[in-house]
Design a protein. Structure first.
Length: 60
């Protein structure tokens, strides 16, 4: 399942089931929505380096 932000694919969400081919359309719709929400959250999160650099700048 793609992790999307708008039209950009940021990664994938690996989904598994115990029964081959048994993911129903409502489940696929839910997973698709989750992939979009996760992708949007990832795209909006500040970069890790920026978050790590902030405490060092204050300490100096």
């Amino acid at each position: 399942m793609p992790l999307r932000s708008g039209d950009e694919v940021l990664g994938i969400l690996n989904v598994a089931t115990t029964q081959w081919g048994r993911i129903a359309p409502p489940e696929l719709q839910l997973l698709s929505a989750a992939g979009f929400l996760l992708g949007t959250a990832i795209a909006r999160a500040p970069p890790l380096r920026a978050r790590q650099g902030a405490p060092r700048a204050r300490a100096a």
